[in-house]
Design a binder for this molecule. Structure first.
Ligand code: HEM
Ligand code: HEM
Length: 179
């Protein structure tokens, strides 16, 4: 390769990599908390494990916002622009993961506000209230939040399998370039 030839390999900035793994860790923890915490009913307070679900959720909301800004400001360089079908599938899964990383937390936030729970890191700050207390819509969005969390877990599972497939079976650099 000549020195000024474009790098054909996709490369992620250190910030993009750090954010990928930090957000991945928080989302997996959040799924575990969501499925092991007590069932949320009318009048349930956000304490104990449920309180942790809100705190971890706020961290996810903030970090995903940073991640998207970083992605737009510094997209990965190189990579397969003229992608084949399988590459496009991978890109589609990534786009879907970004969508779910935005939508799932917002639905949880709306449901929490409809229960009159503050969504923030007390006593530092509270995020704006996006749903009136007692709202029927807020209640229904909580059900969609729970369903979409399951969809998200399945897609993350496929995404992880794809990463391991690249590393151990195709033996290419896909996983290494995210390290
Ligand atoms: C909550 C879990 C995760 C989420 C939401 C997530 C999301 C994403 C997204 C959106 C991208 C595309 C990045 C971009 O182009 O800007 C990506 C890339 C990547 N992820 Fe994950 N990820 C998760 C966990 C994991 C895990 C556990 C692995 C380990 C196998 C992994 C391996 C990779 C790799 C190798 C890439 C780079 C793919 C490429 O170069 O095209 N991810 N991930
Ligand atoms: C990616 C981020 C998130 C994931 C993966 C996630 C996952 C989950 C899961 C698995 C459940 C339990 C569903 C069930 O009972 O079957 C749940 C419930 C819940 N989550 Fe989240 N959550 C996230 C973010 C948030 C955020 C940011 C908030 C609010 C600040 C939140 C508030 C809630 C509430 C209030 C419930 C109870 C919903 C209901 O039963 O009506 N979640 N979440």
């Amino acid at each position: 390769m000549t020195p000024d030839a474009p790098n054909p390999l996709r490369t992620y900035s250190r910030t993009a990599k750090a954010l990928h793994w930090l957000v991945a860790l928080l989302i997996v923890a959040q799924l575990v908390i969501g499925w092991t915490m007590p069932h949320v009913r009318k009048g349930t307070l956000p304490i104990g494990e449920i309180g942790w679900h809100v705190i971890v959720g706020v961290l996810i909301i903030l970090l995903v916002a940073v991640r998207i800004v970083v992605r737009i400001a510094r997209p990965p360089t190189g990579g397969s622009a003229a992608a084949g079908l399988v590459d496009r599938l991978g890109q589609g899964v990534h786009a879907l993961l970004y969508l779910l990383m935005v939508v799932v937390p917002i639905l949880g936030w709306a449901n929490a506000n409809s229960r009159d729970w503050a969504v923030g890191l007390a006593p530092l700050f509270e995020l704006p209230r996006i749903m009136p207390v007692g709202s029927k819509l807020g209640h229904d969005l909580g059900d969609i939040h729970s369903d979409l969390a399951l969809v998200m877990a399945v897609i993350i599972g496929l995404h992880v399998l794809a990463g391991l497939y690249h590393h151990w079976i195709r033996r290419d650099d896909t996983l290494r370039r995210m390290m």
